[in-house]
Design a binder for this molecule. Sequence first.
Ligand code: NAD
Length: 372
Amino acid sequence: MHSRRDFLQKFTATAIALPLAQLHGAAANKSPFDEAYNGPVLKVAIMGLGGYGTRVADAMAACKKAKLTGVISGTPAKVKAWQAKYGIPEKNCYNYENFDEIKNNPDIDAVYVITPNALHHSQVIRVAKAGKHAICEKPMAVNAKEGQEMVDACKQAGVKLLVGYRMHFEPKTLEIIRQRNAGAFGKVLFFQGLSGFIIGDPTQWRLNRQLSGGGAMMDIGIYSVNGSRYMIGEDPIWVTAQETKTDPVKFKEGIDETIQFQLGFPSGAVASCLSTYSLDNLDRFFLNGTEGFAELYPATGYGPIQGRTSKGELTQPHVTHQTVQMDEMAGIILEGNKPLVPVDGEEAVKDLKIVDAIFKATKTGKKEPLAL
Ligand code: NAD
């Protein structure tokens, strides 16, 4: 039996994970851990204490700028276990009925929503109304309309909305983006994104449209959607897509098993991508320009990410993605830092507009225009 976790962990086991801060320190020939950090710290409550929430909580133990201070969960036993494991006081524990009360809790600056996809919309809006910053897992919502409502609610409340795009802080990915910006690949003309794994348990929420909003596309295909944008460095203007299904019992109406999609970009570059729940360890990005190429394989798992360009291997060390992400997000929220690739709600709405158009194109068979 396979799971998304098995897949993402596949390449992690033997890795020595370094936080990004340590890399910066290594470059400067000294570790920042030699110095005490005295800057501002983002106090974070995690909502949804499942598989990925646990991974984020564990990774946050190594953060300098972000600290896990609270939990929101519907399962009292999990809350108790997290209190014991992460030292969370009773006054910072909430459930789905009473979490609006975080409004009055100065120990919580932000809530990281890590629940099934279809719940993100209402939960993020409640977080915003409580006056707290929201960090939301991908996909931010189940369609662009809901995503936009979340962006609007956070704007109205004067809080930030960030989305868990951990690859936007991954060192090899960023190196390719820097090289592309410097013209190392010439005129970029082609991107291929392959994203898939074999999904296990047929009763899980990922295969229940009410909770997932879709199948492989919402869960794993979105990495190729988002990746095509940050690898090419443009937003697409059209999409075509074709859906195939080999197991209509497991993958019911509204749960896509496999979708191939193609994106066209203003410069003339094109992307060709595959999203599937029926092939394992499918995780490869390939970018080609007139003067060179870049490959990430694996491209989006928990790492180590491996990559090379036409000039040779990429040698940036492995980092724990969630540690770096949370430190960087604390810098964005508390210090107004600007990441090289955005991680805000507007960025996620663009991905959802593309996903909406992909679903539409599988039905119409036509080239669907995009206005991002
Ligand atoms: P999970 O099933 O392991 O955990 C989901 C949690 O939500 C559970 O603790 C569950 O109890 C809780 N929950 C609250 N209300 C629920 C309801 N009505 N029905 C079912 N569960 C409910 O799932 P996960 O893998 O942790 O995924 C959670 C979110 O994180 C998803 O949006 C997923 O796409 C995202 N995710 C992101 C990454 C990443 O690398 N960025 C990796 C995995 C998951």
